[in-house]
Design a protein around this ligand. Sequence first.
Ligand code: SAH
Ligand code: F3S
Length: 433
Amino acid sequence: MSKKLFIETLGCAMNVRDSEHMIAELNVHEGYELTTDAREADLIMINTCSVREKPVHKLFSELGVFNRLKKEGAKIGVCGCTASHLGKEIIKKAPFVNFVLGARNVSKIADVVHKDKAVEIDIDYDESQFAFKDFRSSGHKAYINISIGCDKQCTFCIVPKTRGEEISIPADLIIAEAAKAALKGVKEIFLLGQNVNNYGRRFSGEHDKINFTELLRRISAVEGVERIRFTSPHPLHMDDEFIEEFAKNPKICKSMHMPLQSGSSEILKAMKRGYTKEWFLNRVEKLRAMVPDVSISTDIIVAFPGESDEDFEHTMDVMRRVRFEQVFSFKYSPRPLTEAEHFTNAIDSEIGSDRLNILQAYADSVLDDLKLTHLGKVMEVYFEELRSDGYVAGRSDNNIMVKVKGSEEHLGKIAKVKITEVSRMVQYGEILA
Ligand code: SAH
Ligand code: F3S
């Protein structure tokens, strides 16, 4: 009988891809098969996120639950960014944990699983050229990492301390992965990195030094690839060449994530984001001028240390000018190993909550307006998911979730859909013959 693996993945898309890599390595080298029932697993893993404090708190209570329900002899492993950050502390606090594997040490999984109490969290470890075995949870969309780590030092962010310095993955490996996925019928390639448009700044070893724009061109030339998405680009590196390629390349989906973080140039400086409010607005303007249909999403942090009412008003001003299609907003959460952790001008938590409420209410009102403009429109939708309620779901080119009545036969197909009913998060429609 094969061994069973249960894995819970928290956090960002990069963690999702790291989990796929670990699943593949454990399957090929160790014979593990996936299970969705932790009670029957021989190995239980949590792939953690450390970007905000809440999920970190939850980790230990969750580990306790897994320890109680696991079958006898089953192992427990903690991976991801909290593994990198807390390392052996995890085993100290939860001695039943068998191994701790950092976010930059994913390729060691088949080895680590044999070593009791192993802690592998080296953030200088270079796995940018590791040839991972193949596993994808979707047959329609392929996540592909294009870099590891992050070379920015945003003062609020723990990621450079958990994923290490940025190294680009050689273009030929990325292209080969895209080609392999396309051969299996995957139409959409989703490129991942903390800073995708900084691609090519540093490789380990001698490699074709191409930038992100050139990488996009090469991927769009891969046979079978029909759609390209990526996350996250950094507003600082959104040069004209990149925006022009985004606009004119028909394979690049017309949705752009532009993590603003704050609309105040003062706060952006304190965050060390490297751009101003004016630069951000200028990039949005250029983008909208070239791609009128583009949908723009963002990440915003409110109540960063020192954020005055006026600073917050600048953020709201950008919200009103840009009218983002999607806003991921967070109250600032002080993180260890970051510069901002030592800032003394913290904002009262209640003020933070109020600002978050104001911002989210505005974001929702924009969504409510925008959804009405979708009614009656025809969108090209790539169907990826069969829902239990008799619907198939997919995304339009500009990232709008669309559901139609349908079945398995629609999966993996791109079809024209007329939108007949709208709600805040999902639009419903009918496939045009
Ligand atoms: N490289 C990515 C960021 C990864 S972290 C990017 O530039 O988009 C994802 C998001 O979490 C960030 O964009 C930020 O909005 C949020 N975040 C990061 N650190 C945070 C903190 N200390 N408190 C609150 N939100 C934070
Ligand atoms: Fe974090 Fe800034 Fe990098 S948000 S992941 S340090 S771009």
